[in-house]
Design a protein around this ligand. Structure first.
Ligand code: DAS
Length: 336
């Protein structure tokens, strides 16, 4: 047998490792399956790789945040630096998978490919998607086509650059897609059809110091707008310990004029303000935002509010000022 790639599996919890009460319920208990059990549920996995399993956490990803992201990122750096490891697969919840993947892209400098995967249905569900997703994630980074030291998300047969992944549906198996680009690979049975596009963001690993020095991430809030809100969301916002604020505005970054006026005051008081959109496929540019928005207010490009908040958080953690942060966000609105 050809030497099989050595893949390390890191399990963090989520639906993929959950048990439902019946095969037709999507509600489930977390952490019912540890990493070793997850591997055992996937027939044929040992034909494509030698998988070693490790349980990092056993929680829903709605409860994961900077503490766990740092632990996961450090473990990925450690494993991918090892000559004994050819790649890392992370099983994760779906709800904050896009933040975790973007965080890893920005702070990690992995030496081998990393694939995150998850499941929309618990392991006990009829046609559970977890085992196929796990198989495909291992396959994706075991083939020679995706050997770049990059972060990918593999879901429902799609190989997606980690930083571009968005969750678009609460329950559909096809919930994850790449935005604004496209998938860099499609898996059919045991074949990876890869167009080999880049998996890393334009600023991949730029915040490696945050990981290396264990810098604290400052608070950044997101305010989501609804029609007719006027400036009330800002009047009721307690921004005392917030150095950054992201607005999930309408369309391509519009908002009520009265709110734009308040935001201009906030941005001039030292709080860095980024405007994104409440839509799932976002484009906010300086000339698409509301006219009253001041020059200090930063358009998010095609980053959705949660990714904008993460990038703003990291930028503030390393001490960047407003104009440097604006340059950072421009990486996500120029041609790639
Ligand atoms: N509880 C959610 C999570 O862990 C569900 C899931 O995994 O899909 O993200």
């Amino acid at each position: 047998m050809a030497i099989r790639p050595r893949i390390q599996l890191l399990s963090t919890g989520g639906t993929i490792s959950g048990f439902g009460r019946t095969a037709t319920e999507t509600a489930y208990e977390y952490g019912q399956i540890d990493a070793c059990d997850l591997v055992a549920t996937v027939d044929g996995l040992n034909h494509i790789a030698d998988v070693q399993a490790e349980t990092l956490f056993e929680v829903g990803s709605e409860n994961l945040g900077p503490v766990q992201w740092f632990k996961l990122a450090n473990r990925i750096e450690e494993l991918t630096a090892s000559d004994e490891v050819d790649g890392v697969v992370v099983t994760h919840g779906t709800d904050t998978l896009e933040e975790a993947a973007f965080f890893l892209d920005l702070v990690c400098r992995p030496k081998k490919p990393v694939a995150l995967t998850a499941a929309m249905r618990p392991a006990t569900a009829l046609s559970a998607d977890g085992p196929a997703n796990l198989y495909q994630a291992v396959l994706a980074i075991s083939t020679l086509k995706l050997q770049g030291p990059e972060i990918f998300v593999v879901m429902n047969g799609q190989v997606i650059p980690g930083w571009q992944v968005i969750k678009t549906d609460s329950v559909a198996l096809s919930s994850f897609c790449a935005y604004p680009g496209g998938a860099v690979g499609q898996i059919v049975n045991s074949n990876l059809l890869a167009n080999g596009g880049p998996g890393s963001s334009p600023i991949a690993g730029q915040f490696h110091d945050v990981l290396r020095k264990g810098l604290e991430l400052p608070n950044v809030d997101i305010i989501s707008l609804r029609g007719g809100c006027g400036n009330r969301p800002i009047l009721s916002w307690d921004g005392t310990d917030c150095k950054g604020l992201v607005i999930a505005g309408f369309g391509a970054g519009t908002m009520p004029d009265s709110l734009a006026t308040k935001l201009a005051e906030i941005s001039q008081s030292g709080c860095v303000v980024v405007v994104s959109s409440r839509l799932s496929r976002v484009i906010v540019l300086s000339d698409t935002m509301s006219p009253g928005e001041s020059d200090e207010i930063i358009p998010s490009g095609f980053l959705n509010p949660q990714k904008s908040a993460l990038l703003l958080c990291l930028a503030l953690a390393v001490g960047l000022n407003g104009s440097d942060i604006a340059k950072l966000f421009s990486n996500f609105s120029s041609n790639l």
